[in-house]
Design a protein around this ligand. Structure first.
Ligand SMILES: NC(=O)c1ccc[n+]([C@@H]2O[C@H](COP(=O)([O-])OP(=O)(O)OC[C@H]3O[C@@H](n4cnc5c(N)ncnc54)[C@H](OP(=O)(O)O)[C@@H]3O)[C@@H](O)[C@H]2O)c1
Length: 305
């Protein structure tokens, strides 16, 4: 397992993260088994949100593993807030309430990292700053970040928030690449040149913000994994061929395509199956040439202008 340093924190983290969005479908013993498998693979980073399972994912996580200080110190725990039923809420009041709820459900005194889950159109960054200051000074949250934010939205927050924003969690996979596409087609008059992310990848690299790739295997917006999908025959063949070279399962190959990027991204796995988690972790630190990386990108149906 490759470890990375999360800039502007003292944290050394696995570049693979266990995502806890789907664990509320599991029994307590299955969750315990999945978390133990993750730890055995060298994963030390766990991604939560107050929203996952309506809070149940956080509760079940801590219950299943029997949260205690010995386990807690092995883990970097991140949670997110701001998505409410049918609206987004980055108000000071809600951020404070949400963190208290997550801490209680996770049976911990602090979050290593808190993310604002999605941009609230009505955000008042002064209020976010006040909430973050209270959370930091009370020891409830050590570091802060965002998710699904573009560069200007981060700049607006940075004007008021007196802490570095250390993470931007973004949808990214070989079948969801707007942050790569727009850069590669710069200065061309084609659809691929349309700026959909505001060059968030370069922005995060310039500002030492670690990108976390969510839904590394999903096509579209939660439309299921692209493996075995007839629309992605060429991609699946390219990943299988690459996997054969390095003795990787196709999921490990799809992870390796993400971890190959020099931005040192983290990959958040959403599987609920230990054997799939193990297979995907194999892609944490595998060589991939430029030719292989571009070949897989192209096999996903993308154009190299
Ligand atoms: N910030 C955000 O807005 C945001 C949004 C979404 C997710 N997230 C985070 O990202 C994490 C990952 O998201 P995700 O769950 O959508 O990611 P994913 O790993 O791309 O998808 C996992 C899903 O694909 C299924 N799957 C089917 N075949 C598979 C195979 N061969 N290998 C692996 N999985 C297969 C899994 O089923 P099985 O369980 O049966 O393996 C599971 O339902 C979440 O847990 C959450 O922490 C963040």
């Amino acid at each position: 397992m490759k470890n990375i340093t999360i800039a502007n924190t003292g944290l050394t983290s696995s570049n693979i993260v266990m995502g806890c969005m789907r664990i509320n479908s599991l029994s307590l013993s299955e969750i315990d088994g999945l978390v133990k498998t993750a730890l055995d693979q060298g994963i030390n980073f766990f991604d939560h949100a107050d929203k996952y399972g309506g809070g149940a994912s956080e509760t079940l996580f801590s219950q299943a593993i029997g949260m205690n200080s010995r386990l807690r110190e092995k883990m970097i725990i991140q949670s997110k807030c701001c998505i409410r039923q049918d609206f987004y809420d980055a108000s000071k009041e809600y951020i404070l309430e949400a963190v208290d709820g997550s801490l209680k459900r996770l049976q911990t005194d602090f979050l290593d990292i808190l993310l604002l889950h999605r941009p609230d159109a009505l955000i008042e960054p002064e209020e976010v700053a006040e909430a973050f200051e209270i959370l930091h000074s009370s020891g409830k949250v050590k570091y802060f970040g965002v998710s699904n934010y573009n560069p200007m939205q981060i700049e607006l927050l940075k004007k008021y928030v007196p802490f570095p924003l250390v993470i931007n969690q973004l949808q990214y996979s070989v079948v969801h690449t707007p942050m790569i596409d727009e850069g590669m087609a710069a200065n061309m008059a084609i659809n691929q040149s349309i700026e959909r992310t505001g060059h968030v990848l370069d922005y995060c690299r310039l500002n030492d913000i670690t990108i976390q790739a969510w839904s590394p295997f999903q096509k579209g917006f939660f439309e299921g994994p692209f493996f075995m999908d007839p629309k992605y025959v060429t991609l699946n063949k390219a990943l299988t061929d690459y996997g054969e070279k390095y003795n990787l399962h196709i999921t490990g190959a799809a992870v390796a395509w993400i971890t190959r990027h020099p931005a040192n991204m983290q990959v958040i796995l959403g599987t609920t199956k230990p054997e799939r988690l193990i297979a995907a972790c194999q892609g944490s630190d595998v060589p991939m040439t430029r030719q292989e990386w571009y070949g897989i990108y192209k096999a996903a149906g993308n154009m190299i202008p």
